[in-house]
Structure formats: C-alpha cells, structure tokens
Design a protein around this ligand. Sequence first.
Ligand code: 6PG
Length: 485
Amino acid sequence: MSDAMSGTAQIGVTGLAVMGRNLARNLARHGHTVAVHNRTGARTKALVEEFGKEGDFVPAGTPREFVAALERPRRLVVMVKAGEATDAVVGEFAPLLEPGDIVVDGGNAHFSDTRRREEALRERGVHFVGAGVSGGEEGALHGPSIMPGGSDEAYAALGPLLEDIAAKAHDGAPCTAHIGPDGAGHFVKMVHNGIEYADMQLIAEAYDMLRAVAGYAPARAAEVFRTWNTGRLDSYLVGITAEVLAHTDAATGRPFVDAVADAAEQKGTGRWTVQTALDLGVPVSGIAEAVFARSLSGHTGLREAATGLPGPHRPPLGERDAAHFADQVEQALYASKITSYAQGWNMMRAASEEYGWNIDLGTVAAVWRGGCIIRAAFLDRVRAAYDADPALPTLLADAEFAGETGAAQEAWRAVVATAVRYGVPVPGLSAALASYDALRADRLPAALTQAQRDYFGAHAYRRTDRPGVYHTLWGQDRSEVRTDG
Ligand code: 6PG
C-alpha cells in the first residue's frame, strides 16, 4: 500500500458500493495503483482489508486526500447512484481538480445529464467522461463492456486502462472503444438496456408459448433454450434462461419460475430509451412493448379487475406438433430479435446525427460482444454488416439479415397467429412482425391518416403523382388547392 499523499495512483474510484468496489479491484488486479474513496470511510477500509492483497490500493479518507493521491492528469472514476448523487460528488470534487484532469461517471446516467455535466466541467478545462458500464457486479470485477463518451484527449489518457479491464471478445479484442463526444457513451448504454429489455421480453414470450402451446414444463423448455443457445441465438440471456428454467425452488419443490411473483420491475433505462426514441421520432416498438409489458405485469389493480375475462381454452399440441412448433418459435424469436436490434441501431444512428456524435455503429456491436448483458454471437454479424456498409439504413436491409428474416417469416406469422388463437400475449413478437411488415409494405394506410388530418385540421398532404403540398376544401366544393406557394 502506498502513502495517500504521494500522488502515485494511476486512477481512483470514489463510491465503493459493489460496482465501484469491483471496478477498483479489477483495475488493481491489472497492475494499476488505485486510489479508493467512499463517503463513509468504513467501505474504504473494508475494501482494503478484504482485497488489499489483490493489488495496490491507496485508501483516501477525504476528497482532498483522494485527489492528492492521483498522478496527473488525474483520472477519477465516480461510481455512485445516477442522479443527484452524481451531481453532489462531481460538485464536491470539481473545485479540487485542475485543467486536464478527467472525471469518469460509470453510473447509468441519463445522457442529457452527461451532456450538461460535460459542458460544465469543460468550461473549467476538466474532461468529463460519461461511461456506460454493462455486465453487473461480475462484469465489473472480471471484465465489463465499457462505453465511454467524452473528448478524444480524455480517451487517449483513459482508454488503455479501460482496455485492460474490459471483457475480451472471442477474438481477444477489448470490449470498449471511444463511442463519441459528451453524452454518446451513456446514450449507447441506454440503448443497450432498451435492447436488453426487448431481448428479455421476446425470450419470455417464447417461453410462454413453449409452455402454453407446446405444453412444455419449465425443465423441458430449459432444454429447448439450451439447444437454441448452441445455434444462432447463442447469447448470455438465452443461456441464463435455460439455467433459470431448469432450477427447482428449494422451498416448494416447484419450478423456480413458478415461485417468483410475475410482476417485473425496472430501474428506468428501458423507459428512457423509449422516451428518447419518441423525441427523436424513431420507432422502437419492440423496446416500447417490452417496457409496457413490464408495467402491465406490475399493475395489480388492472390485472385483478380483468382476471376472468373470456378467452380461449385450448389444449397444448401433441408431442410431434409441439416439436415442430418449438422450431417455429425459434425462428420467430430470431427474426424478432433482428427487428428489435435494428430498431436500437436506427435510434443510435438518429442520435448520432442529431448530436453530431459520429458514432461508429459497427464498433458498438463489437463492444457488446463480451461482458455486457446482451452479449451474443449474433453481434459479430451486426458488426460485419455495419463494417461492410457504414451507411446501412437498417439492419433489416443487410443481405444476410434480410435473407434470414425472409426465411423465418412464415414460421414467425404462424407463431403470432397461434398466440392469438391461444390467447397468449406476445406484444414483442407481434410488434416486431408488424414493424417488419410495415417497413416492407409498398403502401401504408398512413395515406388515409394524412387525408383525415387534412379533413379536420387543414394539415395538408403531399401527392403521389406530382410534387407540392395540397389541401382539399372539404367543407366547400372539395376542390384542391396548392398550399406551398
Ligand atoms: C447492465 C444492466 C444493468 C442493469 C440495469 C437494468 O448492462 O449491466 O443493464 O445496467 O441490470 O439496471 O435494470 P432494470 O431491469 O431494473 O431496468
């Protein structure tokens, strides 16, 4: 252990709850001297007592000591609860910092807060790096996926440390990269979480269908997910689904999934994704349905009031049909996954243009290949699609993905239709299919919507046969006038 006032620590972590503590340990295990600080000193002491042998920690009792322990330019990682706590900590440290120092916020901050904080610190010459960190406690310790935003200069000083501690993809590449200026990193982390919600919802619906239609008990469904996990759906979330479904509750002896209350909670990042998508005007129906499905599940009052409303009662399929149906569910799940990932990527492209972030969309896929919750074999192919064509308007237009969704579409329709006949709610699978059908349609009924808007509000419309903006005099002789000069 080094002396707190020597200024030798390469990096510091303040906020030593489990995520902060594990990140600090990860840094120390990679040979970096890490200053550690927490508002209440007991946590700092506990970390050094329990894990001091893992590396070189410099415990600091006060913000001043913490700042003094860091070599310059200082690199400080703030790991506190997103929101007011972050403002409080940044406000406390800012006066102690000097131009060139770098403050990293590793929490799940809203990207607009990150933009505000970055701007405020930039005025003092201090770099603020909003870094999305995914992978939970285990990831923080053994290798998370890290999505840092901020200046090039900050990344130059910080990147090598992040690359050391980040997860490594199967090809050995670190799962981190400079995402873009100011809020870009936290934005991308937010979209990661939105996609995480969509993935989880689609998996939940697939499980529900296997159970209600194929008649598979959880242990049998676990086998199906385990098999899927060896194919194109190979991913962390599908893998843990198999484990959860195979687990038996010790207290009741029932499948664990039946012992868990069916009301899903959310901390809010999925909701932020949808709110932001609405502002950007990007349709992310898969993510939105996932957020709403969680909300609905937790609405006890609504659910109680509606329990017992009529619905179909159909017996599960026989064994042979069930196996065929399970295969169709795999196809529906995969095609829906492509659709919701496409929506997430569309959103990143829109924000990148809106904020001038210049996000490399292939790099985002590369950074998510390891460490994060949505890590999946599939992401290699998303990266390849954007590397091949950085201007790709949507993943659905990539030749390979288009081939796969096209090949899956019959099964996808069959699954959604079966869900409707069985009365099993599949908002994610059906929204994905609707999005696919809407995007591929030659004509949409939006033409009628436009005509109606013109009828009641003189909102005008464009025509298919000639340029210009027009209004029909609905209340008069229904003649048409041109309104754009
Ligand atoms: C991650 C996770 C992590 C966390 C979220 C989701 O990337 O490591 O996304 O950020 O699990 O907080 O939690 P909710 O489901 O409560 O929104």
